[in-house]
Design a protein around this ligand. Structure first.
Ligand code: SF4
Length: 316
């Protein structure tokens, strides 16, 4: 086990006594060298979970561990420096996540510069190496972000994370802002880096087919809580939680044969508000199999087999 959370919560006070339960008690383990895909609709708290896990948000309560070592609740500058050598993040939007006034050299080299352990020449050499490694040219280091396409900018974001040689990388919807034509290239680059560097990835996305393609296991998140966890293919082809079934229905399988093998259970409505969440199952207002107890008892995430977990009263 490389990364672990226990009842991790991140709440935001949004005024008038209202609390947004963005992450509301996530207990999850990520094994070394695995890709864990974290899926769910927009607003389910996936990105907030990733950011809280690596200290970009201060958690409200719960625990987070890296190599069994408890991570601080409130990351100070020294903690960021220490753990940024191990844990990095690739952001969703390659347009807003790169400072437009910094050159590519400064953007990619910034992490090394902050560590204060490398000369200017060493940083320059490493930036040149990583530009090539992600499919760009060393000459690009003197340019600015606006001179690049979306796909190239995401490659710069990947180089910025990888130059640190981390062990764990949170990929926060790394392809959702890109053209379909370059999404596969970026996925293949991440997969190749994962293999060659022995990385462990938390891959956050809403496109289930893509997540299944890259992930060893998947975790499904709904309104700040986990609905289901399991091996990627098992979860995709035999979803247990009604919400997982809904998500898969919303992502048609491109292969017609595989598409025919799946169950069809239409679900309507949109994700409800994570503000002042009611007791009971968070999915009750949309679930076609809702029962009386679902409205009052919160389902716990329980094991349904050796490697699968689900939070639904249909299984208790
Ligand atoms: Fe549906 Fe009830 Fe299961 Fe929630 S606990 S997903 S409402 S059946």
């Amino acid at each position: 086990m490389l990364v672990k959370t226990e009842e991790l919560k991140k709440h935001f006070h949004i005024g008038r006594g209202q609390i947004l339960h963005a992450v509301d008690g996530i207990s999850l383990e990520i094994q070394e060298n695995e890709i864990l895909g974290l899926v769910g609709e927009s607003g389910s708290g996936k990105s907030t979970f990733g950011k809280t896990l690596i200290g970009l948000h201060q958690r409200t309560s719960g625990q987070a561990f890296y190599r069994a070592e408890p991570l601080p609740k409130d990351f100070k500058t020294a903690d960021h420096l220490r753990y940024s050598k191990e844990m990095q993040m690739i952001f969703q939007d390659p347009y807003s996540s790169l400072n437009p006034r910094m050159t590519v050299l400064d953007i990619i080299g910034e992490g090394l510069r902050l560590q204060g352990e490398h000369s200017g020449k060493e940083i320059r050499d490493k930036v040149a190496f990583w530009l090539q490694r992600v499919g760009l040219h060393p000459d690009h280091m003197s340019r600015y972000p606006h001179e690049f396409s979306g796909g190239q900018r995401q490659r710069i974001g990947i180089a910025r994370a990888m130059i640190i040689e981390p062990k764990f990388v949170v990929c926060d919807e790394p392809i959702s802002a890109l053209d379909v034509s370059v999404q596969a290239q970026v996925i293949n680059l991440l997969d190749e880096l994962k293999q060659s560097m022995g990385l462990t990835l938390l891959f956050i996305a809403h496109d289930l087919s893509m997540v299944r393609y890259v992930s060893d296991r998947m975790a499904v998140m709904y309104l700040g809580a986990l609905a289901e966890v399991g091996p990627a293919n098992d979860l995709f082809f035999q979803p247990q939680h009604p919400y997982t079934q809904f998500l898969i229905e919303s992502n048609p399988e491109p292969d017609p044969k595989m598409e025919r093998e799946r169950a069809h259970k239409p679900i309507v409505g949109e994700i409800t508000s994570p503000v002042n969440v009611k007791p009971g199952c968070r999915f009750a207002d949309r679930c076609p199999q809702v029962m009386d107890r679902c409205r009052s008892e919160t389902p716990l995430l329980i094991a349904t087999s050796e490697n699968r977990q689900v939070a639904c009263h249909l299984f208790t």
